[in-house]
Design a protein around this ligand. Structure first.
Ligand code: HEM
Length: 131
């Protein structure tokens, strides 16, 4: 029941949001996240969230999750960070990532909120060119 409620939230939030389980497996994508990365949830459900990022983080992301679960040390959770995302066609883009934690019953999820910074960076570089 909690999962159905989660799904309906994700279909309506305007933000790009991704929910993963504690091993990094994709549980849910908001419609905006589907558009941003170019995948439908059905195609990526159960796959590793690392598919949305380029190397070297792609190979290392599992170890980031393990480290956090072991130590509780937060490097992005509650802080946020600008990282690089990778779309279905292989192109990359700057994004601001914030991560939250969600516990429903005995399940432990992470929620990622993503803001695409492509337009912002384009504007900044155009302004620079003007100087
Ligand atoms: C940790 C990169 C997406 C969940 C990290 C770290 C990096 C990273 C570099 C380790 C930070 C450090 O040790 O200093 C990325 C990139 C992403 C991405 C490039 C691009 C798509 C996501 C998403 C989620 C997520 C969408 C959740 C839905 C986590 C968690 C941690 C983590 C739970 C460990 C907790 C923490 O360090 O605070 N990620 N990540 N990541 N990431 Fe990601």
């Amino acid at each position: 029941a909690a999962e159905a409620r989660l799904r309906s939230i994700l279909e309506t939030v305007p933000d790009a949001m991704i929910i993963i389980d504690e091993r990094g497996r994709i549980e849910s994508l908001s419609s905006t996240a589907e558009g941003l990365f170019g995948y439908k949830l059905e195609e990526v459900a159960g796959k590793n969230v690392s598919m949305f990022m380029p190397s070297p983080h792609r190979e290392q992301h599992d170890s980031y999750l393990e480290r956090y679960l072991k130590t509780g040390e937060r490097h992005i959770i509650g802080i946020g960070r600008i990282v690089v995302g990778q779309r279905r066609d292989g192109t990359t883009f700057p994004m601001h990532l914030t991560i939250g934690e969600l516990r429903t019953g005995e399940k432990h999820y992470f929620t990622g909120f993503i803001r695409d910074l492509t337009d912002q960076q384009l504007t900044e570089s155009r302004l620079k060119d003007l100087q």
